[in-house]
Ligand binder design. Structure first.
Ligand SMILES: [Zn+2]
Ligand SMILES: [Zn+2]
Length: 145
């Protein structure tokens, strides 16, 4: 899978990027941050290493940063977004000392088709009308908590 390349962009296309290789894991997250940020019952997240991500900007778009301090782990999460269109790109959890990026799978070309979630995080917050996928592991909050 070393030659695997995913391409993605924000809503306006001002920030485009590639990720090389496979994600460490793909999960659906029902936490309040994901819900507010996506406007949907959950966000599909793909965890990559920062080193796998290659970013390009154009159209005067820059990468904005919003720091979330109230987190389950207690460590900050840095939410990166496009300053031109406001689209969230990824979050960088400081629990992994900035080495991991939690990328929105929906931003990748065919990301939601290619990256099927294998787990649900914060499943305890899932709306009653949302059905789980078959064969996904559900965690009340996050694994190990
Ligand atoms: Zn944009
Ligand atoms: Zn979340």
């Amino acid at each position: 899978m070393a030659d695997n390349v995913y391409r993605g962009s924000c809503l306006c296309g001002g920030i485009s990027f590639q990720v090389h290789g496979s994600p460490e894991k793909v999960f659906m997250c029902y936490c309040q941050d994901c819900v507010k940020n996506s406007g949907a019952p959950y966000q599909v997240c793909a965890k990559f290493q920062n080193a796998q991500l290659h970013v390009e900007t154009s159209l005067n778009a820059t990468e904005g940063n919003f720091v979330i301090t109230k987190t389950t782990s207690g460590a900050e999460k840095h939410k990166r977004f496009c300053t031109r269109c406001g689209c969230t790109l990824w979050t960088i959890p400081m629990t992994h000392s900035g080495e991991a990026v939690i990328l929105r799978a929906a931003l990748l070309d065919q990301g939601l088709e290619k990256l099927r979630p294998e787990a649900e995080f914060f499943a305890s917050s899932k709306p009653s009308w949302v059905k789980s996928l078959d064969n996904v592991k559900a965690f009340d909050t996050m694994p190990g908590r």
